[in-house]
Design a protein around this ligand. Structure first.
Ligand SMILES: NC(=O)c1ccc[n+]([C@@H]2O[C@H](COP(=O)([O-])OP(=O)(O)OC[C@H]3O[C@@H](n4cnc5c(N)ncnc54)[C@H](OP(=O)(O)O)[C@@H]3O)[C@@H](O)[C@H]2O)c1
Length: 421
């Protein structure tokens, strides 16, 4: 279902690697039908015109079809089609992060009820194996943290802003020219796409359902060249990180820009590449890195899932391992997270102003780690200062921000960014 970037790639691989795939699956795989919206649209992949259909039910009710690959995208009708396929006892392979993040737990339970399975490796990190390692190779470890760069568009934009000192809008424009960003980039730049992916990963890693609305998300649009300049001066890189932590059975799940030390591996992930770092009690730190999107890497994950499904069907293996989700962990409210913070603000350049700021922070139990003050602007009598704090609670920071905004000596709080060490 779907013959666009990914569906076209999958069809091409199924044709070009037909023999090898048949060997691995234990039976030949035949592409019976392909769902599209527009039959007359030129296709990048050679495909027999007679297999194209525009009615999904020609696939969903076809007894010859054992495996349905959903690569339409979006919540509906994809969600309905997946549900129907499962009810008709078809294995489903999907690359759909939105559907799996919002309805994954329900769909997997439905699949179990009907003796089939849903594979969704391509929904997070394109060709990078993440879901299968979490479901299989890492199950003996209890995962405590996930730090992930799982949106190539934003990582590309941030990499350009950092390397070239350009503005967010110019970096976004470059990303769009190169096809790395959609004409409507909102879901990427606002962190929504990464939040879907984090909900999927956290659900599997912590064996507890994490819904997209549980994930706090903030995008990258407030970052400026000045933030990158200060970050470098302080020894940090700025990344949009998807962070999940299990602290005493309470889950932190959040996506937002962060300062991370420039010498750690995640700080060195450039351009459209993705990387996911997990930490487990037995395994320690593990890093997955690779191409997080594109027809070829995504097809790699999908075709592998197809081969797995075919192998299961062919060998009559009982559909799936049970109890992927066997507990309910509390989601920690964002107000309760504790981290370090970077503030950049424009203040009136006169004696005593820093003391006023320090008092507001101190009254909110926020302790200052360092302050940088750059040249003053004689015309406006203002100076820009950057403050790095020691670990503090988010709610204290939000309170202090409101108090600082009410001070006449603080002209503007230009930005604040969380810091992960
Ligand atoms: N692109 C990537 O690199 C990438 C990476 C990982 C995951 N994914 C996921 O893979 C999925 C597909 O992405 P894509 O980039 O391949 O999208 P795409 O290029 O826009 O292709 C979508 C395909 O689905 C068909 N389609 C859409 N709505 C339909 C409907 N209501 N009924 C029937 N057919 C419909 C379209 O038909 P027409 O061709 O006739 O318009 C098109 O063939 C999404 O869930 C996406 O998040 C994509």
């Amino acid at each position: 279902m779907g013959l666009g970037v990914v569906g076209g790639g999958v069809a091409k691989v199924l044709r070009e690697k037909k023999e090898a795939i048949a060997e691995q699956a234990g039976c030949p795989l035949i592409l019976r039908k392909a769902l599209v919206r527009d039959l007359s649209k030129p296709r990048s992949t050679q495909i027999a015109a007679d297999i194209l259909v525009t009615d999904a039910y020609e696939i969903l009710t076809e007894p010859e079809v054992d495996i349905v690959v959903e690569v339409i995208g979006g919540e509906n009708p994809a969600y309905e089609y997946i549900k129907q396929a499962v009810k008709n006892r078809k294995f489903v392979i999907t690359a759909n992060k939105e559907v799996m993040a919002k309805h994954g737990t329900e769909l997997l339970a439905l699949a179990e009820e009907h003796g089939v399975d849903i594979f969704y490796e391509a929904s997070v990190g394109g060709g990078i194996p993440l879901i299968s390692p979490l479901n299989h190779d890492l199950v003996a470890s209890s995962v405590s943290t996930i730090y992930a760069i799982i949106n190539g568009t934003t990582n590309y934009i941030l990499s350009r802003m950092s390397a070239e000192g350009i503005t967010f809008s110019l970096a976004l424009q470059r990303a769009q020219e190169l096809g790395y960003a959609e004409p409507d980039p909102a879901k990427d730049i606002e962190g929504v796409d990464a939040a879907y992916k984090l909900a999927i990963l956290a659900t599997i890693a912590f064996h507890s359902t994490v819904r997209p609305e549980d994930v706090y998300h903030e995008g990258i649009t407030r970052l400026t060249e000045r933030d990158f300049r200060y970050a470098k001066e302080l020894g940090y890189a700025i990344k949009l990180l998807a962070i999940a932590k299990d602290i005493d059975n309470s889950l932190e799940v959040r996506v937002h820009p962060v300062f991370i030390p420039e010498d750690i591996l995640l700080a060195k992930i450039e351009g459209v590449y993705n990387a996911v770092q997990l930490e487990g009690d037995l395994v320690g730190k593990v890093l997955f890195y690779g191409e997080g999107a594109g027809a070829s890497p995504t097809s790699s994950a999908i075709v592998a899932d197809i081969i797995n499904a075919a192998h299961k069907i062919n060998s009559g293996v009982e559909a799936r391992h049970k109890a992927r989700i066997f507990q309910t962990k509390k989601i920690k409210p964002m107000a309760e997270i504790e981290t370090r913070y970077y503030f950049r603000m424009s203040i009136v350049d006169s004696p005593g102003v820093l003391a006023q700021i320090a008092k507001i922070l101190g009254d909110n139990s926020i302790s200052i780690a360092s302050v940088i003050q750059k040249g003053t602007d004689d015309n406006t009598q203002t100076a820009e200062i950057v403050i790095m704090t020691h670990p503090a609670q988010e709610k204290a920071i939000q309170r202090a921000l409101v108090e600082m905004e009410g001070q006449p000596v603080i002209r503007q709080i230009s930005n604040f960014v969380r810091v992960e060490e």
